[in-house]
Ligand binder design. Structure first.
Ligand SMILES: Cc1ncc(COP(=O)(O)O)c(C=O)c1O
Length: 485
């Protein structure tokens, strides 16, 4: 057998065993040739062979990908079928105990909500290794911060108050435009992260006691916002590929006086679903018929693995009913706390609420990001980041196939950095959370994603950190604990 045939067979085995799933990128030619100690031309020959066998295909300027019809070893998580009654929300204690667990930097951060800005994990870096190799362009950003603030006119404190720094808002509007969405600058308000934007949106359209349609499972911070504002949740099931169930949402809108719908239409946290475009359009149309506004949380919009960013539901909004919330926290500048909302007909109301709560977002942080977007090479950085996340997803799925019980169901998101796992029925993810933490591993247990504490046998795992032996060992340990139940 020739070397390239042997190498092709190894890759084919990875595909057959599910370590490389449909749609996933196979190792780049450079990476494969370095890691496997073969020449780049051997890797090319192997990939041509796999292409002929129909297992992978090339995408122009992006590399080789596993064909989508190649079998995935995992079933997808089930959709929760449930009664759609309204519920008061009381999840904070549980959520805070999980958040506390990820603060310790020595804990393996599978329960974290953040991607790691490092190229190597903290455990591997000695003090002298700082500044460490970074996946996020934090050094370039700090140059932007110093150049943008050096000659900053002190009057910006007044002139750039909410809706925010005009250069930054122009850059955000330009990114919308490139994605095919023309938004007037007046709609855009800069906020302290997307979380503030989401809070303000909800506040703008509800009164205490109102009903809000949310996803099941939903991002836990959205539940905490409902709890804080004393709103009631009506849970709508989420399908792992198609997103929020439009039929159930339609029935709910017909039966209950829903004030607003809050959902993630792309790379839903925690399920990973991205609604197909037609369904996004149908969602907007359904809500329009009922004149119910949509809060669209789209914080992972830039973290797509495909050729193009999925369009947001906002692209189909003709009446200004969609409030589209974005952020730089997950894709560029984690600590700068800069997010925004394109708020449609609610822009003025939200701007006033913002002035009444925190006045404006940090001026230096806004100026730095505006400068970086203009001169720093954001798209180049994003390509690197998406590639790293996709590779890390493959590594985590492969580890699940190796160590977890075969009945485990796993989502396969096409962006973001979370996997949603449905474990065997007898599993108690809250107990698993405690047992894993005792071994120095954090996970996000299913019940924190629901006001009715369902999803007890589910967990969310974060693959936003570089994959190392530590991650591999942690997955092995998790698998062992799960099998012991
Ligand atoms: C789904 C989702 N929405 C919103 C946020 C808040 O984003 P930001 O950090 O910009 O406030 C997060 C952060 O974890 C998130 O995961």
């Amino acid at each position: 057998m020739k070397r390239y045939e042997k190498f092709a067979d190894d890759i084919a085995e990875l595909i057959r065993s599910g370590m490389l799933g449909p749609g996933q990128r196979v190792p780049s030619v450079r990476y494969a040739s370095q890691t496997y100690g073969v020449s780049p031309s051997t890797v090319f020959q192997a990939y041509y062979l796999l292409e002929r066998r129909g297992l992978i295909r090339a995408r122009p300027r992006s590399g080789y990908f596993v064909n989508t019809h190649a079998p995935s070893p995992f079933s997808e998580p089930a959709v929760s079928n449930q009664v759609h009654e309204s519920t008061e929300v009381d999840v904070s204690e549980l959520v805070f105990s999980v958040l506390e667990s990820i603060k310790d930097p020595t804990t393996v951060p599978f329960g974290s909500a953040f991607p790691s800005p490092l190229l190597f994990p903290l455990q591997r870096l000695s003090r002298s290794a700082f500044p460490s190799p970074l996946l996020f362009p934090l050094q370039r950003l700090s140059r932007s911060l110093s150049s943008a603030t050096r000659d900053m006119d002190p009057r910006v404190v007044v002139t750039d108050m909410s809706p925010g720094n005009p250069q930054l808002r122009r850059q955000i509007a330009l990114r919308y435009m490139v994605g095919g969405l023309m938004l007037p600058m007046e709609e855009l308000l800069v906020t302290n992260g997307a979380l503030e934007a989401l809070n303000l949106c909800l506040q703008a359209v509800t009164e205490p006691g109102d009903l809000v349609a949310i996803e099941a499972p939903a991002f836990y911070a959205s539940l905490q916002v409902l709890e804080r504002l004393k709103l009631k949740a009506v849970e709508i099931p989420v399908h792992p590929r198609d997103g929020i169930d439009l039929e159930v949402l339609g029935q709910t809108l017909a039966r209950h006086p829903i004030k607003v719908c809050w959902c993630m239409t792309s790379f839903q946290n925690p399920m990973g679903a991205t609604m197909p475009e037609a369904r996004k359009q149908a969602l907007v149309e359904l809500l329009r018929r009922h004149q119910v506004p949509l809060i669209e949380d789209d914080v992972y919009a830039e973290l797509y693995y495909g050729q193009q960013a999925p369009k947001p539901a906002k692209a189909f909004d003709t009446e200004g009913l969609v409030m589209h919330c974005g952020s730089f926290a997950k894709s560029l500048a984690p600590g700068y706390r800069i997010g925004w909302v394109a708020a449609g007909r609610y822009a003025q109301k939200i701007e006033r609420l913002k002035l009444m709560t925190s006045l404006c977002a940090s001026m230096p942080a806004q100026a730095a990001i505006a400068d970086y977007l203009q001169h720093g090479g954001y798209d180049r950085h994003l390509r690197k980041l998406r590639y790293a996340l996709e590779e890390q997803q493959s590594a985590m799925r492969a580890a699940i196939a190796r160590y977890f019980p075969p009945q485990t169901r796993v989502s396969q998101p096409a962006g973001g950095y979370f996997l949603w796992l449905e474990l065997p029925q007898q599993m108690d993810s809250l107990k698993l959370f405690q047992m894993a933490l005792a071994q120095g591993i954090s996970i996000a247990p299913g019940p924190i994603f629901s006001p009715t504490r369902r999803f007890r046998n589910c967990i969310r795992l974060n693959y936003g950190s570089p994959w190392t032996e530590v991650s591999e060992k942690a997955m092995e340990t998790l698998g062992r604990i799960i099998r012991s139940f």
